[in-house]
Each structure stands twice: as C-alpha cells, then as structure tokens.
Design a protein around this ligand. Sequence first.
Ligand code: AMP
Length: 320
Amino acid sequence: MQDLKGTILQKIKEYQTIICLRHVSPDGDAYGSAFGLAQFIKDNFPNKKVLVDGEPSYFLAFLATPNLVQQEDYQGALVIVTDTANIEQIDSKYWQKAEEVIKIDHHPNMIPFGELQWIDETKIAASEMIAELVLTSSLTVTPQAARLIFTGIVTDSNRFMYSKTCQKTFMLAGQLVATGFDLQSVYQNLYEDSWVNVRFKNYLLSQVVVYDDQISYVKITDEMLKEHAMNYETVKPWVNIMSNIKEFKIWMWAIENKVEGYINLSIRSNAYIINGVAEKYYGGGHQLASGAKIYQWADLEKVLKDLSSVIKNNIKYMEG
Ligand code: AMP
C-alpha cells in the first residue's frame, strides 16, 4: 500500500496540470476528498495548475466552489477521481481526454477505470484515504486542506457513528484537527438547519410508508416539492431522518427528479446488504448505503419486493 501511495504522490509531482474529480450529486465525502486533495496539491506545489471540475452543490457551497474547467484543460493533464464507483458517476464531460487517470475509492470496485487504482473498501470515506495519503507524506497539510478532508470523513461516517469507523479513523481525524481549522464552524455549517427545512422533514416523516414491517420509504413527488417550495438537491440527502428507528432495517427515499426524468432511490440499511438491489436498478454503492434509479412510479413495488427478499433470504452485512 505504501508503494501505491508513493506512486500517486510521484504522479502528482510529475504533472503540471492536475484535475480532481468526484461523483455526480456530490455528498460531503465527494467534495471533501476532491477539494481536499486539490487544496493539498496547491499548497505544496503553488506553480501547478490544479482544478476541480463538476457541478456545484448548494448545500456544500460553504466548503468550496468548482472551477470552470474547459476541455483544453484536460489535454496532458493528470485526472484523480475520488469517491466514484463507476464511469457513469464521474462528474466531468471530458475526463477521458486526460493523459492519465487515477482512481481513489472506497466503494466496491465493480467497474474499474483509470491507469492506476487505489481501492480500499475497509475505509469509511474516500476522504479517510486522502487523509492517509497526505498525512503519511512528508508534505505540508494546511488547515484549509485539513478542513475539507475532515468534512469528508465526518459526513460519510455520520459523525464517526457508522461501522468501518475505527481507531485509525479517529487518529487521522485527530491529526487533521491538530492543524487548527475551525471545527465548530464545520459542524455549524453541516448540521444547523432552517425552520422551513425542519418543518418539511417533519412533514416527510408523516408520509412514511411501511412495507413488510421492516422497510420504510417515502415517495417524494415533484408536485410535493413544488407545493412546499422545496427542491430535489436540498431534500435528497435527508434520507437518514429515517435511520435509528428500531423497527426499520431498510429505509428508502424515492424522489422524483423531473429535470433529469427519473426517480432517484436512496437506499440505506443498518443490517442488510442492499447494493445488489441497487445494481439491478441502474445504481450501486456501498453494502449499506446505495443509490438507484427507476423511470416510473409503478416500478417502486418491484424494488420493494427485491428489498424484502434480501431480508427474507437473510442477506446480512457482516463487519470486517
Ligand atoms: P445516494 O443515495 O445518492 O447518497 O448514494 C449512496 C451511495 O451510493 C453513494 O456512495 C453513491 O456514490 C452511490 N451511488 C448512488 N447512485 C449510484 C449509481 N447510479 N451507481 C453507482 N453508485 C451509486
């Protein structure tokens, strides 16, 4: 592993232009790993051109803003894709124009891509891998870079709660905090909520449907979003308001994306392996946290049946 990290650092040193990429519909880990790595490179190699491509995220705007990356920028560039399981999920039109591609990820490596890959499914966050990469190097980790990487770890682990969080996660997080960034402002930006949002979350909880006793889901139509002056991007990440409810072993958000013309499914579990079902419906992800798509509401019942089969067949997640 040391060799792989060494090789990645060597590649970073070799290239003049480096473009950091992450997955579409970014979460904190996608932003944290891509922007954190980019910041680290900029801090240590101020003469290099370092860019982050992809659509901006409204709820992560407090962290960073993507660059306006042009096709020409990719010419001769090194691309580093973090936290992204497959090619379809890469948030970039031109990534294939790059000279060389490195994949750094903690998802199951179902569809490998890139000339060099560092995959570690044991890690709670791709940002934990970036933390390891930068903190074990002899280079400088500034508070600015540390703040981004820490945010990736704290969001994907749900504040160090999910399994795969281990002693090493805390150790790396501790080293990042020791750089002196403003920890309180990170937490405030991530977890402070408006009254309007909290009321809508409350409404969504009132719309929970229970399927086969152990599965909960909410059908969020475009009409519902419009009626409450809410939007897809804001509401999509809230699926975990159904977590920690004793009765529900699997919970799911089915949210209509009218612009893209599909219904996004965010599926979560605390006990059963659900990424097999996600893969069947144009998706994928982690064993306990996956995303998928359906194109008509009538297909929701099929997904629910498949999830129910996972429980009936006792396809359980095992630690380690
Ligand atoms: P989400 O429900 O969108 O937050 O996604 C949960 C996890 O599944 C994240 O790690 C995503 O990267 C992954 N994921 C979501 N959609 C897909 C997809 N279509 N293909 C592969 N992985 C996905």
